[in-house]
Design a protein around this ligand. Sequence first.
Ligand code: NAP
Length: 288
Amino acid sequence: MAAVIDGKAIAAEIRLAVKDEVAAHRAEFGEAPGLATVLVGDDPGSKIYVAGKHRASEEVGMRSIEHELPVDASESDVLDLVEDLNADDAVSGMIVQLPLPPQIDGGNVIATIDPRKDVDGLTPTNAGLLTQGRASLVPATPVGVMELLRRAGAELEGAEAVVIGRSNLVGRPLASLLLAENATVTICHSRTRDLPAVARRADVLVAAVGKPEFVTGDMVKEGATVIDVGINRTDEGLRGDVDPAVAEVAGFMTPVPGGVGPMTIALLLRSTLKAARFRRGLLAFRGG
Ligand code: NAP
């Protein structure tokens, strides 16, 4: 039976450490780092995520700055707000909650964010730095996955790592982080031929698919470390992308809930602190 990797407990430790660092930052500079969010429209899922980010940032003593725009906001409304937040010294880091309504080109909006404030790590500058092995601000979920792997003692050097999913937020940046740790990385997606056979090669298997219980026991090598990024709301409740029965085959496994989810928020707070250090010149930003 797989050992459970307790993301909730590890995330709680990280949040405590961030809280101390925020207090030290405030003592030194007279103000706490600030996290701004931009929510366009009233998608219930997005509202829950944004509320969670604010609660968590306040709990560690950061300032939380909330902006909401109506669902029919124009692209230039959003771009103007992002420019204002870029120029606002009270804002250390910002997040534009995705997805945006169809009249707004998300790529344009993301590209307008100051890369030094881009705590979601989605700007072309930060994505490019990561791809070049010069990670700066990186999406929080893949950083959380790497931290879970580290805590589980997973051997990455030379290991076969298979990531299912190639989104800009999870799959692609995670593949870059695994590569930086010298794993042999394969990315699977909806066009992958014989995905179960590819998945069975994995010493480390990460599912970021968005399909409940997509990964089944026959897709997992005996003793593999399996990380479940999926958050799927079904009629039966919250489900991951991995069938819980995979625990009979895997060596280590993350639960849903209580695995990757809590790590994402904790690492987002850590990124906000990092962004505040860029602003104070305590850390050099590599993106020019
Ligand atoms: P996404 O943008 O929808 O990407 C899903 C990926 O899965 C795509 O690359 C897609 O392939 C691939 N895929 C879909 N169906 C497939 C199939 N049948 N076989 C193989 N690959 C398939 O999703 P995401 O943003 O990466 O999120 C993935 C999951 O993680 C979701 O459940 C999301 O809620 C969850 N999530 C959790 C956290 C957290 O904090 N725990 C954070 C972010 C996301 P194509 O590219 O070919 O379409």
